[in-house]
Write a protein that binds this ligand. Sequence first.
Ligand SMILES: Nc1ncnc2c1ncn2[C@@H]1O[C@H](COP(=O)(O)OP(=O)(O)OP(=O)(O)O)[C@@H](O)[C@H]1O
Ligand SMILES: [Mg+2]
Length: 388
Amino acid sequence: MSKILLLGSGELGKEFVIAAQRIGQTVIAVDSYENAPAMQVAHGFEIINMLDGAELDRIVAKHQPDFIVPEIEAIRTERFYDYEKQGITVVPSAKAANFTMNRKAIRDLAAKKLGLKTANYRYATSAEELEKAVLVVGIPCVVKPLMSSSGKGQSTIKSNEDIAKAWNYAVEGSRGDVVEVIVEAFVNFNSEITLLTVTQNNNLPTLFCAPIGHRQERGDYQESWQPANVTEEDIYEAQNMARKVTEALGGAGLFGVEFFLTNEGVYFSELSPRPHDTGMVTLAGTQNFNEFELHLRAILSLPIAEITLEKAGASAVILATANSNHPTYSGIEKIASLPKTDFRIFAKPTSRPYRRMGVTLVNATLETPIEDIVEKAKTAAKIVSVHS
Ligand SMILES: Nc1ncnc2c1ncn2[C@@H]1O[C@H](COP(=O)(O)OP(=O)(O)OP(=O)(O)O)[C@@H](O)[C@H]1O
Ligand SMILES: [Mg+2]
């Protein structure tokens, strides 16, 4: 049996811990605050600032894990290379975690080194540089801090007057000490998908889940569904790109690879070397294994023979509307009574406006129109209210 140090203890970590517990693994869950979702189901926990390398070193030395499983990006990932040298398996690899922490590293790898199709992009370290970069990529364009997630500090420039605003907003939303932004041409996509991609050890083949469609608002996903309606040609293209980028990053595990689908083909956007929030739809029982089980099995070198799509499904987020130190929920009985509907409440100890507190999960036969399933999940999510 293995000891896993989970870095980040949100709802995705929680489901990962549950999957690990079910097959007898030991997990220590880490985050910056007490009683985080994954801590509630783990064997032990640590509360540290994960951007602090010395603190990371301390708990790695204390617990001597077999595996380090990052659940978030905001970690001093430079330290991971050392842990790998110590014989600890960093999931999926130190390189994957380190490269995806900074948009520049992963974007240059994908676009320049691997030649994947991406939106035209430039970088800027000041408002003046941003102005020049905007001239190159054109308007409209999207500005994002190099170190941020969940849409923090991200805005769209629609006219020259937006440039200074976009710069200031990015500075405020940036996680790192050095402020730099990426500015990307706006991709006028028909839809966007996450392609969950599983790399395996021992020369076993890379496997793909059926594509997941999703809708974003304020940089966070609102609904996701599986399977997304994607042409054979686009799936083939996306799978090839996902195979290339995951191979270059190395290691075994599940990756959430994000793409834009356009009239001009498939664009690579970014990826998470770990279960993806839009992949929570797999908790609706759409596949033989959900994304957390797949991640775990790949990490433990348990061979995955195949990933099968069993049902169509959708997830919709349950959001808080106010700040609270003791959030409560209403409407649960009502959604519990709905057929083919399930839900998760993450039990986050505090709420704030738009914080994701739970998710509804609906499944149906593969013949059911996917829009109907999404609508059902959305309707169910609206029935639940979070109170402060
Ligand atoms: N170049 C672009 N053109 C059009 N839309 C974009 C572009 N870049 C990002 N978006 C929109 O913004 C969303 C969030 O962008 P992105 O995934 O790069 O940010 P993020 O902060 O890493 O988000 P997360 O961490 O939640 O995945 C995308 O899913 C897409 O809807
Ligand atoms: Mg994203």
